[in-house]
Write a protein that binds this ligand. Structure first.
Ligand code: IP8
Length: 237
């Protein structure tokens, strides 16, 4: 995250950013333990819902502190306070605070979180769904997903290390992927397939690049080709 903050500071404030982080090892194990995505079916889950949210707040404080230490004006907005979901997707919420923060030169930061569900009562709002919603409403120049492999490959690159990265991905490419969930671990929100699904809804180019490789963000923002570019048919038209 320090490396990411350093690279963003090379482009801010000339470029405006919104940062979204996921649940990682803070949110997913608790979300799984208490079956939060299944909705509220028994009382014990209420404590699990609160604990998962609290774990996300703790992760968020760690992340946001790194950016603020780099003198980046990153300001957290708790997703669960402003969005209501149904079937894992946002159905209601106000992004006025996000717009105002951007106008005033801040970098809004949101994160995948627990959320209230209009039917199942509780659920998980993934950072992926959050980004898709923000992309559709705010129409940014681009979306960049920082992942832990070099891009999307036909085979799982954490198992097949020599699998070449697909540079341009569209809806047709989806059918050629070999589905392999061996590496989904404790990810409760759909792993890479959810990212692809959400990316194909976005009205802008979506890049998936390796966030562990120093210089990748810089290269991409300077116009070089890095990782996988996903374009929905709306972007290509
Ligand atoms: O990692 C999930 O967010 P994601 C958030 O972006 C929780 O899917 C609480 C598991």
């Amino acid at each position: 995250v320090e490396q990411i903050a350093e690279e963003i500071s090379l482009f801010f404030p000339e470029k405006r950013f919104i940062i979204v982080h996921g649940g990682g090892s803070y949110g997913h194990p608790l979300a799984k333990q208490y079956a939060i995505r299944d909705g509220l079916t028994h009382e014990e889950q209420k404590i699990g819902f609160c604990l998962t949210h609290q774990a996300m707040q703790q992760l968020n404080i760690k992340v946001v502190t790194i950016f603020i230490n780099r003198k980046l004006p990153v300001y957290t907005i708790s997703s669960s306070s402003i969005f209501i979901i149904k079937d894992h997707e946002i159905i209601d919420g106000s992004i006025m605070t996000i717009i105002k923060l951007l106008e005033q030169g801040f970098i809004p930061l949101l994160y995948g979180d627990t959320a209230l569900d209009s039917e199942k009562r509780i659920g998980i709002l993934s950072g992926d769904q959050l980004i898709a919603y923000l992309a559709c409403t705010l129409r940014p120049e681009r979306v960049i997903f920082l992942i832990d492999v070099n891009g999307i490959c036909h085979k799982n690159p954490t198992v097949f290390h020599d699998a070449p990265v697909i540079e341009h991905f569209d809806r047709k490419t989806l059918n050629t992927l070999i589905s392999d969930n061996t590496d989904s671990g404790t990810d409760t929100t759909g792993g890479i397939f959810n990212k692809i699904d959400q990316a194909l809804k976005m009205p802008c180019p979506v890049h998936l690049i390796n966030g562990h490789i120093k210089g990748n963000i810089t290269k991409l923002l300077k116009g070089d080709t890095v990782g996988t570019l996903i374009c929905s048919s709306a972007v290509m038209e």
